[in-house]
Design a protein around this ligand. Structure first.
Ligand code: DAH
Length: 335
């Protein structure tokens, strides 16, 4: 007859042995094998419980309770170890798959940069948008009307010679300035107006260090009741100082443009030299008449900035052609 003490010893030994086995397990498969060996249908615990039938009835509950304790212990140890193995596996994967995002990339190609002309335009737009201006654009292929006529420059006007024009078929031309966008915008909108218009313009110039048949302008236009030349000067000063950084000497030289009266050239003193950066003036009443604004009610100011000129000054670039020859050695110097 199986005796109580022998069964108890067996259970105690089993519970002692299983601890080391579970601790030493390396994989979920090994854990499962341990579970089957101990708790399975033909496992060690079943064998012990099978022998329990041979005990005197009074002893059976004692061994039953002990067997239950051992079973629960084994189950909880297995569970604990399973969780630990899973966590170790996650940690291993994380370590193996770690990506150092601070490592420089290995690219077989060169990274692109923002073109200095684009960057200069963006700076002007940023500053003007900060002052409440809206960006407006118009077509590069224009009609004579928008480029000249509506800007108070009729066909026989001598000022047409100021800008040597590329004429296309059917009365079309390549716009010689972004001032054409002023007309297009005013036709579609009522005052008050604050716009900034970037874009390409074209002139039949001979190419040299400061001339290119295509270049960029940014046009400013403000129309409202009571705007004065003082507002123009203040706006010019604000933009110039934001672009050049800090206080700058700005000078307004009397000039002539058919679409402004009075007109001026804006000069900035930069590193000891006076630089011309664009024409400006108070919008001519004839321009307002062309777009149906009442010139007795509204006044306005406008300014056309030459972007290449500005970029050349800001970055000390000696030749306008460098912008358009796609030379990586030149372009990589800009961000
Ligand atoms: N459109 C002129 C040019 O390209 C520049 C200019 C002068 C623009 C006076 C203006 C202005 O808006 O008011 O030479």
């Amino acid at each position: 007859m199986t005796d109580l003490a022998a069964l108890r010893t067996q259970l105690e030994e089993m519970s002692a042995g299983v601890k080391d086995l579970i601790n030493g397990a390396q994989t979920p498969d090994q854990l499962e094998q341990i579970r089957i060996d101990f708790l399975g249908k033909k496992g060690k615990l079943s064998q012990i419980l099978g022998a329990m039938g041979k005990l005197p009835p009074a002893d059976r509950p004692v061994i039953g309770a002990l067997a239950n304790e051992v079973k629960e212990l084994v189950q909880s140890l297995l569970e604990e170890k399973k969780t630990a193995l899973q966590q170790a596996e996650i940690a291993r994967k994380l370590a193996a798959e770690t990506i150092d995002v601070t490592m420089p990339g290995v690219f077989p190609w060169r990274l692109g940069r923002v073109h200095p002309i684009t960057a200069t335009i963006d700076r002007v737009l940023d500053i003007m948008v900060g002052l409440g201006y809206t960006v407006a654009q118009g077509p590069e292929v224009e009609t004579d009307y928008y480029n000249f006529e509506a800007l108070n420059t009729p066909a026989d006007h001598p000022a047409r010679d100021m800008q040597d024009t590329f004429y296309l078929q059917d009365g079309l031309l390549l716009r010689t300035h972004t001032s054409s966008v002023q007309i297009r915008f005013m036709e579609q909108n009522d005052p008050p107006i604050r716009i900034v218009c970037p874009g390409r313009v074209y002139r039949k110039d001979d190419v040299d260090a400061t001339h290119f048949p295509m270049f960029h302008q940014v046009e400013l236009l403000a129309v409202d009741e009571g705007l004065t030349f003082g507002d123009l000067k203040g706006t010019v000063r604000l933009l110039v100082e934001a672009l050049f950084g800090g206080e700058c000497e700005v000078r307004f030289r009397p000039s002539f443009f058919p679409f402004t009266e009075p007109s001026a050239e804006v000069d900035v003193k930069w590193q000891g030299r006076w630089l011309e950066i664009g024409g400006c003036g108070m919008v001519d009443p004839n321009v307002f008449k062309a777009v149906g604004y009442d010139p007795d009610l509204y006044t306005g100011f406008a300014w056309g900035l030459g972007i290449e000129r500005l970029a050349m000054v800001l970055h000390q670039i000696d030749d306008i052609r460098r912008f358009f020859t796609s030379d990586w050695r030149f372009l990589q110097q800009f961000y």
